[in-house]
Design a protein around this ligand. Structure first.
Ligand code: ADP
Ligand code: MG
Length: 287
């Protein structure tokens, strides 16, 4: 079944609303937001086809912070592109339950290479999605400023991207994603190229924005510590063609920072994940 963008499952939607009325706690933990079944993707190349994904089954819950972990080239970015609707040429089904009354985007992507416009000010970059949605200037700037404040960039609103460090540019990308107010945030190794300290600061900011807004986040990383620090659950993917090897609960208290996690629990979980991942990394290296 090719060419089908992710579709909303309305039945699930009304069920989710009912659940939210009866028990908020239940709805957070039990209503699915994204349901992928048997998802496969093959890139057609002139010499050899590349099977990037095979039979991916995954359910991601509403308001969950979900991390996808896997070796390089296993199809993580491919899967996110499918979830975002950027790629509709796949087999299997993807359903997203979130629906927006105002017709705005359900999903929003944050890439590693932040994708901000060099010729626009920080404020206009952050407000860009709202501009595209036809939101008038004063309102979109107000909203953009709110999120610039939250990521500590209020005083750089009128600066241009070339005046910012790599970490600050990634903050701009995050402020923009939250300003757009999607139901689902798709993040593709957004902090991958940053130094360790900047990465930790941004992880903390992201967690704080997430706990305020309770978006569903699908976060791709190849960094085990990052997945454990951020995620409610994490999926370890197999080497290409990527599939879900195992899904683990990250049963650690929040609010959470890398420093607040008890060392023993962190180490146990990290070793467990590494055990699952190392075979796959080996296989992807041998290809
Ligand atoms: P990851 O994000 O996990 O590193 P990708 O999803 O980027 O992996 O890629 C999965 C596989 O598909 C890789 O082998 C990659 O080379 C291949 N691939 C990705 N995009 C394309 C494309 N546009 N055309 C052909 N092959 C591609
Ligand atoms: Mg990738």
């Amino acid at each position: 079944m090719n060419g089908e963008p992710p579709k909303a499952f309305n039945e699930q939607n009304s069920k989710a609303t009912e659940m939210a009325e009866t028990s908020r706690e239940e709805s957070v933990t039990e209503s699915p937001c994204i349901r992928a079944r048997g998802v496969g993707k093959t890139y057609a190349a002139r010499s050899d086809d590349v099977e990037a994904l095979a039979d991916v089954d995954l359910t991601i819950h509403d308001q969950e912070f979900f991390c996808l972990l896997g070796p390089s080239g296993c199809g993580k970015s491919t899967f996110l592109r499918i979830l975002s609707g950027l790629d509709s040429d796949y087999t299997g089904t993807v359903e997203i339950s979130a629906a927006r009354a105002d017709g705005g985007s359900v999903t929003n992507m944050v890439f590693q290479e932040h994708g901000i416009f060099p010729w626009k000010t920080v404020l206009d970059n952050v407000a860009f999605g709202l501009k595209m949605d036809g939101v008038e200037k004063q309102r979109r700037h107000e909203k953009a400023r709110t999120y610039l404040e939250k990521v500590d960039l209020a005083e750089f609103a009128d600066s241009y991207p070339h005046q910012l460090s790599g970490g600050m540019k990634q903050r701009v990308a995050i402020a923009r994603a939250f300003t757009n107010d999607p139901e689902v945030l798709l993040m593709d190794e957004p902090f991958g190229v940053l130094d360790a300290q900047t990465k930790r600061n941004l992880q903390a900011e992201l967690l704080s924005l997430w706990s305020e807004t309770k978006k569903t986040v699908v976060y791709v990383t190849h960094d085990i510590e990052e997945a454990i620090t951020l995620g409610d659950r994490l999926a370890v993917m197999t080497a290409r063609p990527g599939g879900v090897k195992e899904v683990l609960d990250v049963d650690l208290p929040r609010p959470r920072t890398r420093g607040s996690i008890p060392t023993d629990e962190f180490t146990t979980l990290r070793e467990r994940v590494w055990e699952l991942l190392s075979d796959e990394v080996q296989q992807s290296v041998e290809r």
